[in-house]
Every structure is written in structure tokens, then in C-alpha cells.
Design a protein around this ligand. Structure first.
Ligand SMILES: C[S@@+](CC[C@H](N)C(=O)[O-])C[C@H]1O[C@@H](n2cnc3c(N)ncnc32)[C@H](O)[C@@H]1O
Length: 459
């Protein structure tokens, strides 16, 4: 095939968009040269402006939609084009699901080297007001010192002040507006260029009882009188606040929460319901942002295990609050879980105790080290559930997980690329990939959650 010299591609050009990339950009090709286009939908014909041309690809912005795809819709949020959070809101929801499945297929083809059976994406039960973890950076305006909070404009460090966000419960908007108004009255400043006090507002809110835990992240090592006053006003004046805490973070990084949290008012957790069991979620606890979609995943895996196994033993690895283990506890012989965050293990311990669950053993340590220890002591489990963070598992951890598992690995992943890499590794060890079931946990964003069912034939 004759390929075009990228220098000959004009800066402004009209193209047809073929499909969606893993980061939610429309992909068009000019004689094989790939263009990633922000805000473009597959089957659009768009006039674009191309930015810097790299060796194999360039990024571009839409100047004009010449012929819209049938899947284009008007975004329901007036801020969609400005705020960077909902990249795909201009695409019809059913089409988003179709494109996300295509992204999983492309990722598997490119990294795993084949496309296993990939089932239709199970939609999110809610496509608005689904987000139950809110983390707004805070700043203040230069001249009037008005406190602002919201999301960064796509690809920038420019904070967009958000008053209303349709993907989170509306009472969270009220909490944030209250904090913006009251902070100034309490003498609390917003962070600008690493000076000022309040740097983030974090809210964990419950789908189950609508209560919220509010965490004020401050750029200091101790709580000022102003921030204490603000915490009290939030707790006393707003309804359904389970607690208010201060988190201390003076580090100049983009990690939101520092190591230390002090609960000043109420309790340090919210309660959430999954598979008819009540869990506790704290400030630093991992918990899926979309509880209803999470409930779908937990029920799906419970149904899968009860249909295919009789009282199996389960290793729940990268367990968070041991949500998988606790949900499965009434249909399995025993659960052993491992998680490195102490707060999550302590909250899981409370739930296990309160519910008098007798067949769960919780371990607070690094999963890789725990696997090594279990392999050395000759342990094996019928099923291993692996639910690692976005970076996936190390080769060493996969080797151990393979040795520890008698029958199946259920791999839950929020990153198709690392899932594909880890599936390749397991396949090369002789594992069989039965299928992948995607779930939409994050409507209107490019993110997609996958559950892969893997059989260990050789064991
Ligand atoms: C994607 S979350 C899954 C949590 C849980 N399975 C759930 O669905 O709620 C990944 C979890 O792995 C934990 N984690 C990350 N690295 C770890 C490691 N090396 N050892 C043990 N746990 C780890 C994180 O703290 C987090 O709770």
C-alpha cells in the first residue's frame, strides 16, 4: 500500500470517523496515518484541525461536523464540552455500549493476539446520578477570592467551577455549593498555586440510604479553627451527613488524599448495600463509584459461582472491603481475602463480625507476598478472584495465583489493556479464556469494566 507522507496531510481536512479509541477519541485514517479526534463519533464526517504530527499518529480537534453520525445526540449537560469528565455524552447511550465492546475487541486483538468470546455490555442501571464518589479540586478566584470547585477543563489545569453535575446525586451539588459559600465565612481559603488551605472536597455518598461522608482535604498538617468551624457547619446544617473529616495533604502531587484523616464530626464511613448485605465504606476505602452497576457485577459472579460450583473455596485477592468474599460467603465453603489498605480490612472485619460470618479469613498485606506465602504452605483454592488496580497484576503475582488456583480464575478489571496483557500471560501458561463479560460502570466516559472467566485445564 502506498502511504502518504505525513507532511503532505493538510492541517485542516475533512475525514470520516471509523471507530472509537480506548481513550474515547474518534479514529480516522488518512492512507493508514492515524488521527485521534476529540469529540468525534464513529460514522461522523468532520472537518478537523490537526495538531502536532507524530511518527505514526496525530491528535486533532473538530472544527465542524459536516455529516453527523446517526448515533450523535445533544449532550444533556450544558458543561459537557468544557468539563473533561464525560467524554462520550454526545453519543447515544446504546451506541456507547456498542463502541465500548468494539474497544475491548480491538484491545484483545492488539495485545492478546486474539479475540475471545466477548459478550454484550451489561448497561448501567442508571445513566444519570450514578456517580457516588465525588472528588472536586478547589481553588479561589484571583481577585474576588471566591471559592470555586469542579473539574479540570479537558487536558488542562484550568478549573471549571461546577454548580450542577447530572451524573452525581443532586444533593451532592447542594453540599458542594454550601461548602463554597461557607468556607469564606469561616475564613477558609481555596488553594492557588500550592498556597491556600482547602485543596479538595471528597464526598462518598450511599445509594442505599443517601447519607454522605464529606472529607475536606487541606494543604496543612493540622486542622485550623476555620476548617473545624466549616466541618461543624456542614454537619449541623445539611441533612443526611454521616460524618465530616479532614484529610491532610501537603504533597505537591496529583494524589488527592494524604495518609492521615481525622473525623471531626459524626462517623468515618457510609453504609452501602450489595447483594443484600450492608457494607461500610470509609474515606480511603476502594469502592466502585457506581453502586448499582457494582451490584450487577457482584450478583453476576455469585450466580456464576453457584451455577458452576458446589461449596468451593475462594481466594478474594485485591479485596478492598472484601465485597466479593462477603457477597459469596453464604454459597461457598470458605473465603480467604487479601488487601493492602488497612482501613478497608478493618471495615471488612466489622461487617464480618456484625453479620456473624464464620467462614472468612481476612489478611492485610501485599497480595504478591501473601500469594508467595500461601504457595509455600501448599494452599490451593477452587476459585481465585483477582480484582487488581488499573495497572493489573505482575507476572510474579500471576505465577503464584496460577499455582494457588485449582479450577478457575475470575479476573475483574477496569483496564482492558492490562487485562489483555495478563490474559496473554495466563494463556501462555496453558489457561483457557472462557469469555469476557463487560459491564458499563461509567456511562458517558470511555471507561469499561470487564469480568474474564479463565479455566485452568492443566490443574
Ligand atoms: C479495583 S480495587 C478492587 C476492590 C474490591 N475487589 C471491590 O470490588 O470493591 C483494587 C484493590 O486492590 C488493592 N491493592 C492494590 N495493590 C495491592 C497489592 N499490591 N496488594 C493488595 N491489595 C492491593 C487496593 O487498595 C484496592 O482496594
Amino acid at each position: 500500500m502506498q502511504t502518504i507522507n505525513k507532511k503532505d496531510i493538510p492541517q485542516e481536512i475533512t475525514v470520516e470517523v471509523e471507530k472509537l479509541s480506548n481513550l474515547g477519541y474518534g479514529i480516522a485514517k488518512i492512507d493508514g496515518y492515524v488521527i485521534f479526534i476529540e469529540g468525534a463519533c464513529p460514522e461522523d464526517t468532520v472537518k478537523i484541525r490537526i495538531g502536532k504530527k507524530n511518527k505514526n499518529y496525530a491528535n486533532a480537534k473538530v472544527l465542524e461536523v459536516i455529516e453527523p453520525s446517526k448515533d450523535r445526540v445533544e449532550p444533556f449537560c450544558p458543561m459537557q464540552k468544557i468539563c473533561g469528565a464525560c467524554q462520550l455524552q454526545f453519543i447515544d447511550y446504546k451506541a456507547q455500549l456498542k463502541f465500548k465492546k468494539q474497544v475491548v475487541e480491538d484491545t484483545m486483538r492488539n495485545i492478546l493476539g486474539e479475540i475471545p468470546e466477548i459478550r454484550e455490555v451489561i448497561p448501567s442501571p442508571k445513566i444519570k446520578e450514578y456517580r457516588h464518589k465525588i472528588q472536586y479540586p478547589v481553588s479561589e478566584t484571583k481577585d474576588s477570592k471566591r471559592i470555586i470547585a469542579g473539574y479540570y477543563k479537558s487536558g488542562t489545569h484550568e478549573l471549571v467551577n461546577i454548580k450542577y453535575c447530572p451524573i452525581q446525586p443532586d444533593y451532592c451539588d447542594k453540599i458542594i455549593e454550601f461548602i463554597k459559600d461557607e468556607a469564606k465565612n469561616c475564613g477558609v481559603t481555596g488553594c492557588r498555586e500550592n498556597s491556600g488551605e482547602l485543596r479538595h472536597i471528597v464526598i462518598r455518598t450511599s445509594e442505599y440510604n443517601k447519607k454522605s461522608l464529606v472529607i475536606l482535604v487541606v494543604n496543612s498538617k493540622s486542622a485550623s479553627d476555620g476548617i473545624k468551624k466549616l466541618a461543624r457547619r456542614i454537619y449541623e446544617n445539611l441533612e443526611n451527613i454521616s460524618g465530616v473529616g479532614i484529610n491532610f495533604n501537603t504533597k505537591n502531587t496529583n494524589v488527592i488524599l494524604g495518609d492521615k484523616t481525622e473525623i471531626l464530626e459524626g462517623e468515618g464511613f457510609i453504609e452501602e448495600k450489595l447483594c443484600d448485605k450492608i457494607f461500610k465504606v470509609g474515606a480511603k476505602t476502594f469502592f466502585q463509584v457506581n453502586p448499582q452497576s457494582a451490584d450487577n457485577i457482584f450478583r453476576y459472579i455469585k450466580e456464576y459461582v453457584s451455577t458452576n460450583f458446589s461449596a468451593p473455596s475462594i481466594l478474594d485477592a485485591y479485596a478492598g472491603i472484601t465485597a466479593f468474599g462477603i457477597c459469596l460467603s453464604d454459597i461457598v465453603d470458605k473465603v480467604v481475602s487479601v488487601e493492602e489498605v488497612k482501613e478497608s480490612v478493618e471495615l471488612a472485619q466489622e461487617v464480618v463480625k456484625e453479620n456473624r460470618i464464620g467462614n472468612i479469613e481476612l489478611h492485610n498485606m501485599d497480595a504478591g507476598r501473601f500469594f508467595e506465602q500461601e504457595v509455600k504452605s501448599g494452599q490451593q483454592f477452587d476459585i481465585t478472584i483477582l480484582d487488581p488496580p488499573r495497572k493489573g497484576c505482575s507476572g510474579e503475582s500471576l505465577d503464584y495465583a496460577y499455582k494457588l488456583t485449582k479450577k478457575q480464575i475470575i479476573y475483574v478489571s477496569c483496564n482492558p489493556a492490562t487485562l489483555a496483557r495478563d490474559l496473554k500471560y495466563l494463556k501462555e501458561k496453558g489457561c483457557r479464556i472462557e469469555y469476557i463479560q463487560p459491564f458499563d460502570m461509567f456511562p458517558h466516559t470511555y471507561h469499561i469494566e470487564n469480568v474474564a472467566i479463565i479455566t485452568l485445564d492443566s490443574h
